[in-house]
Design a protein. Structure first.
Length: 448
DNA sequence: TCTGGGGTCCTAGGACCC
DNA sequence: TCTGGGGTCCTAGGACCC
């Protein structure tokens, strides 16, 4: 039996832990540039705010409906997440952390009432972290996901399923006819793995509900869609195709990209920001002990600025030898950028991606053809990049992000503020809360 | 004025091989 | 006029997830 545990409205719930006055009010958390709503409280959902809806379309609700907007505080959410995950992980032999706010648990071989265990989990996470969670159990991951969805829906809109569903929803303990009824009352698009496109196509064929999908002909679906759809249907029927993955492999790609606070046309500013991104992906690569075989860079104008000429080039540069050295990756990224850049365009976004990643201890060796030859002919490759980069990471760990950085990732001209990363490229973040749990200086004060 | 930032997997089609 | 029959590998693009 599998469980899916997730935090209700994760980012908003994290904020409410430290600002209880936000409980009961419509709250949204905004994306990096205060651009869109990426998390919504139930009250905000009730106002009709959609996921990823642009802020300028809903800002009037501040006055009209008392909507509160907060800038994303990922440092806080990440820390709250690891607290929640470690608590929940105690309950089952295997745990797969699936995203920042949810995990699968494998309860194979665990005895006792799952509903009781689930209730205990929720109570403990709530008491120890302040975060509200939902729990779903099912004989497959897809069913556990669905059970979780059902529990959450019932919590938010009681009566949806005619007969009440417990706060912890266990499909394993449900009579078959009751499970069918629940499936009949659930939209096919709510199934894990059925996205917008597939949902529309399925509905075009008369498959509206989860029950319709379960009863559809699997061979036909396989030929019309793909193996993913086939597995989804098998899982909904109780045949487990997906296992809990408690030792996920290292990422195959590492990306850092961002929209700018304002459009940028100047190459020098782009070089700075691309250098910062390259520096960040280099850190991430070293963190998972990988080296990259190639660097990919893109910049783009805004499709929303209809009067602007559009230009969104991208390119990939293979590295002679795989590397996670910040200097090597910045140099490659900047070279690419210079080749992609055209003057006169309003760029609003850029990104750096590392691809062809491999484990840093499995890099193919090289025959040193230069040894004994003209030393000046050899490219000035770093002698022992790992040592220097290790020191860099240690310093930044101890003294805070950005304490030591490569010069090209810094502002080239005196910044007009005391923030070294200022300028047009700087993200807007008007309403970010303190990083209560990860910075001593921002720890909440308790009055006595 | 103002529109997120990460990732994964699958498939089709082209290049290339013998 | 008539033009084989297998394979593999790579890439771009699409769909999906949160």
């Amino acid at each position: 039996m599998f469980a899916l545990v997730d935090v209700n409205n994760m980012y908003v719930s994290c904020e409410r832990v430290f600002r209880p006055s936000l409980v009961g009010r419509p709250v949204v958390v905004l994306s990096n540039n205060d651009g869109c709503a990426i998390a919504r409280s139930n009250e905000a959902k009730d106002l009709g705010i959609k996921m990823a809806q642009p802020w300028f379309q809903i800002r009037h609700l501040q006055r009209q409906a008392g909507l509160v907007a907060l800038s994303a505080n990922f440092e806080l959410y990440g820390d709250m997440s690891s607290r929640m995950m470690s608590l929940v992980g105690e309950y089952a032999p295997r745990q797969e952390v699936y995203s920042i706010d949810e995990c699968f648990l494998d309860f194979d071989g665990v005895h006792g009432s799952l509903a009781a265990i689930g209730g205990d989990m929720r109570a403990k996470v709530l008491q120890w972290t302040g975060l509200p969670t939902s729990v779903g159990f099912g004989p497959t991951k897809t069913l556990a996901k669905l059970a979780n969805h059902v529990a959450k829906t019932e919590d938010r809109k009681p009566g949806t399923y005619a007969r009440p569903i417990a706060q912890v929803c266990d499909f394993g303990a449900m009579a078959p006819e009751e499970l069918s009824r629940v499936m009949q009352l659930t939209d096919v698009g709510d199934v894990w793995g059925v996205g917008r496109k597939s949902s529309a196509r399925l509905k075009g064929q008369g498959i509206q509900t989860v029950l319709d999908l379960v009863r559809a002909d699997i061979a036909t679906l396989r030929s019309q869609f793909n193996v993913v759809m086939e597995k989804t249907v098998l899982e909904l029927r109780g045949t487990s195709c997906l296992d809990v993955d408690d030792a996920p492999a290292a990422n195959q790609q590492i990306m850092c990209s961002r929209s700018f606070g304002a459009a940028v046309t100047n190459l020098q500013e782009l070089i700075e920001v691309v250098s910062q991104f390259a520096s960040r992906v280099a850190e991430k690569a070293r963190d998972q002990r990988s080296v990259a075989g190639a660097v990919h860079v893109f910049v783009s104008t805004s499709p929303f600025r209809q009067n602007d000429r559009q230009h969104s080039p991208s390119g990939t540069l293979p590295l002679g030898r795989p590397s996670a050295d910040t200097r090597v990756l910045i140099a490659a990224a900047v070279r690419l950028l210079a080749a992609l850049y055209r003057p006169g365009f309003n760029y609003v976004k850029a990104g750096v991606m590392l691809v062809e990643l491999q484990a840093d201890d499995q890099v193919q060796g090289e025959l040193d053809l230069f040894s004994g030859m003209d030393a000046a002919a050899e490219p000035s490759a770093p002698r022992d990049p790992s040592k220097l980069m290790g020191a860099l990471d240690a310093l930044n760990q101890r003294f805070g992000k950005g304490a030591v950085t490569v010069a090209s990732a810094m502002r080239q001209e005196p910044a007009n503020s005391n923030n070294s990363a200022g300028g047009a490229v700087q993200s807007r973040q008007e309403w970010r809360s303190p990083r209560y749990t990860t910075r001593l200086a921002e720890i909440p004060a308790v009055r006595t």
